[in-house]
Write a protein that binds this ligand. Structure first.
Ligand code: ATP
Ligand code: MG
Length: 755
């Protein structure tokens, strides 16, 4: 019997097997998490090759990440014991660049064209905007980069963009886009978006080339189809019109890249794009236990905009999903650390444990805690907190204050933010430093007393050196966190990111705030800098088993025995932006993200929410996420060890919190008082730390919160650095002040006193 030749088919259930064996014609596998979609795709690839239906180079297989491509490659190798080398297996971008190199001349490039990274791209855009006399302060290059990116995600060349489609540079965006594309061509370069856009253009303008690929790609396979954007969709559809043997797998409930232009509607269009398509549904989940599946299904049922599907498992019993309330982010990390150590003692492998966060700022707590307790971890698909550009920049300022002779740090920030101290100045400093055998810092101190630099550069460097001198004087009297706040504010570093209109800027500002917050744990600047050095040393350690820390977005397609989901609080998850949006689109995408999170777990899932979270420099009561309320009760175990905060039982229902910071009489319990005391000791002048509603009978004393100093517009004030001025506008804990000498500036209210 033929069966023996295909042992891999026997492990499949009937609909999976059908999806693998329906080799010819269009097939869509539409199914929930953990039902074996990726496994079907992999087996199908192996089967195609094994049957000799196609030779390796006649198959195109598209995955969402490079890692997924590698996994598929290895798995096919295992299944059919033959090399899969030669299969066109990779991400959209990887395949796109491969095609483009072969026909570069047809799109005005040569095959050795360069691919610009984000930095190159921005530099190019900046040059271009400046050449066009566009004020790059008002219209930042980053913002234009994201406009262009948006167009390319939609498959729009300059000719296809509608006039006035973007407000950038007062309606000049379309013309600038054209200039930008021309410039890339002259430079024999492509940006990331071009890898698809130009390939699509190539196919459209050269039917002979397209026909060639139609003959070549006899079979096309696509994973995570729900997250394809318009450009990818157009590209695929063009290619698939040839042999029409296309198999896409996806799950509308896991569409989480809408913010990047993905269109879940592509799934719905599949049947009309490919008439006669077979649609196969898989319902058996092989990944998770009953309670985990039940929790995930119950949650996602709250979305209205979905196709709807059933999931079941043969492993109905298992541990319930744990929901645990904790005091704050630090306690959250501590508890999770302990839980992981307990798992480890029970013989669980660290490589089977993941912490999935909504936003990168949350990672910091875990990194700090895990270093403290020596738990090996890795940040997957991202940069470690202390390695981030903005954190490194800020740290360089502090390093120079502690240790002026740190040349690397000095060089990194001397012109960040831009203050007219370009390469020429730095080179001069290097020369002087070399000749006099001194550090760049000392060379800078010396050079500003001479005429060697032009007046502009000299003035600017002089101001910087004065700043450093002042910060060094202030350092002993300020806590490290306060010092950091002063430095970030007065150096213009924070302002640089505030002015930056790119999509990355808000996250960078959050990370900076998070850094200042983290510094509150340190009594001295030296201790903080030592901590950072330790964190970086930990990077190098290579133990084989590590806990994975990553964003929910990066976790797509993966699975772990135990999954920790911290920060399930309103405004963290669902995040603030989604809540501010009108309509439910953003919220539903957040809910799908929660569904992706829970369904990564095989056996154990833990949801955490903190009662206090610092958001945008102020403490707020963390209101448990609405997603916690949406979890079906029977699948959940609520843990309230402290009996004070969090948890249905303790708080008398979720969401019952008093949120009027700085007003009236509040009742405190002991841990809250202790935490507040700690904060006050660390120099938090403003009151207004909200806390969860206390439990009857647990209150230890009643105190009136000292309201934060409130300023009024027009009020005359004094600032340590800028002197006297009048308040022009108030924006949270920042004030805009018209200073008598220094002009208009935005400063932190805590450093302003009434005059
Ligand atoms: P996601 O939506 O999260 O990407 P998926 O549908 O792609 O999930 P897979 O990752 O392919 O699901 O499969 C989930 C798990 O179930 C994997 O460990 C896989 O090996 C296992 N699995 C899938 N099908 C079967 C089967 N027929 N028998 C045994 N195990 C299976
Ligand atoms: Mg998958």
């Amino acid at each position: 019997r033929g069966e023996a030749r295909f042992p891999y088919l026997e492990t499949l259930n009937p609909p999976q097997r059908q999806a693998v064996e329906a080799l010819d014609g269009p097939v869509l596998v539409l199914a929930g998490a953990g039902t074996g979609k990726t496994r079907v795709l992999t087996t199908r690839l192996a089967h195609l090759l094994n049957l000799g239906k196609a030779r390796p180079w006649e198959v195109l297989a598209v995955t969402f990440t490079n890692k997924a491509a590698r996994e598929m490659h290895d798995r096919v190798g295992q299944l059919i014991g033959q090399a899969v080398e030669g299969v066109w297996l990779g991400t959209f971008h990887a395949i796109g660049v491969r095609i483009l190199r072969r026909h570069a001349e047809l799109v005005g490039r040569t095959s050795g064209f360069t691919i610009l990274d984000d930095d190159d791209q921005q530099r190019l855009i900046k040059q271009l905007l400046e050449a066009e006399n566009i004020d790059v302060k008002r219209w930042p290059p980053r913002a234009f980069a994201s406009v262009i990116d948006g167009w390319k995600n939609k498959g729009l060349t300059p000719a296809k963009v509608q006039e006035g489609d973007s407000g950038f540079a007062d309606g000049k965006a379309k013309a600038l886009y054209k200039l930008y594309q021309d410039r890339l061509q002259t430079l024999n370069a492509c940006d990331f978006g071009d890898l698809l856009l130009l390939t699509t253009e190539l196919f459209l303008n050269h039917p002979d080339v397209l026909a060639d690929y139609h003959r070549r790609f006899r079979y096309i396979l696509v994973d995570e189809y729900q997250d394809t954007n318009v450009a990818q969709y157009l590209w695929l559809r063009l290619l698939a019109q040839g042999a029409r043997n296309i198999c896409c797998v996806g799950d509308d409930d896991q569409s989480i890249y809408g913010w990047r232009g993905a269109e879940v509607g592509n799934i719905l269009k599949f049947e009309s794009d490919f008439p006669g398509a077979k649609v196969i549904r898989l319902e058996q989940n092989y990944r998770s236990t009953g309670p985990i599946l039940e929790a995930a299904s119950g949650l996602i049922a709250n979305n209205e905009d979905r196709l709807g599907k059933t999931l079941w498992t043969e492993v109905p019993d298992g541990e319930k999903l744990v929901v645990q309330g904790v005091w704050d982010g630090e306690e959250e990390a501590r508890q999770i650390g302990e839980e992981i150590e307990a798992l480890q003692r029970r013989g669980e492998s660290l490589s089977q444990v993941a912490i999935l966060v909504r936003a990168t700022f949350q990672m910091r707590y875990f990194e700090d805690r895990f270093i403290e307790i020596g738990l090996p971890y890795q940040i997957v698909g991202g940069v470690r907190f202390y390695q981030r550009q903005e954190i490194k920049d800020a740290t360089c300022y502090l390093q120079i204050i502690a240790q002026p002779d740190n040349d690397l740090a000095f060089e990194r920030i001397v012109n960040t933010p831009k203050r007219g101290l370009g390469d020429a100045t730095v080179q001069k400093l290097h020369q002087i430093a070399r000749t006099a055998r001194q550090s760049l810092y000392r060379a800078a101190e010396a050079i500003v007393e001479t005429e060697e630099l032009g007046p502009k550069a000299r003035g600017s460097l002089k101001r910087l050196m004065e700043d450093f001198a002042r910060w060094r004087l202030q350092a002993p009297d300020l806590s490290p966190a306060e010092l950091a706040e002063v430095v970030l504010e007065e150096s213009g570093y924070t302002e640089m990111w505030q002015r930056d209109k790119s999509p990355q800027a808000p996250a960078k500002l959050d990370n900076l705030k998070e850094m200042v917050f983290a510094m509150e744990d340190h009594e001295t600047l030296a201790s903080y800098l030592e901590h950072i050095a330790l964190v970086q040393a930990n990077d190098a350690s290579d133990s084989t088993e590590k806990v994975s820390v990553m964003t929910l977005h990066a976790a797509k397609g993966l699975e772990f025995d135990s999954v920790f989901l911290p920060g399930w609080e309103e405004e963290v998850f669902p995040n603030r932006r989604a809540l501010e949006e009108t309509g439910t689109r953003g919220l539903e995408e957040e809910r799908r993200l929660a569904y992706v999170g829970i369904t990564r777990a095989r056996r154990r899932a833990y949801v955490f929410h903190a009662a206090n979270r610092r958001v945008f420099n102020e403490w707020r009561s963390g209101i448990p996420s609405r997603f916690i309320d949406e979890l079906p009760e029977q699948a959940v175990e609520v843990r309230t060890e402290t009996g004070l905060y969090g948890g249905r039982a303790a708080a008398g229902g979720f969401g019952e919190h008093d949120q009027r910071p700085g007003q009236g009489s509040f009742v405190y319990d002991a841990p809250w008082l202790a935490a507040t005391q700690r904060l006050k000791q660390r120099g938090y002048r403003a009151g207004g730390y909200a806390r969860p509603k206390p439990i009857e009978g647990r209150a230890e004393r009643v105190e009136t919160v000292e309201a934060p100093r409130r300023f009024e517009t027009g009020e005359r004030v004094f600032h340590q650095k800028f002197g006297y001025g009048a308040v022009v506008a108030i924006d949270g804990n920042h004030l805009q002040i018209e200073f008598e000498k220094a002009g208009r500036k935005k400063v932190v209210a805590a450093f302003v006193d009434p005059a």
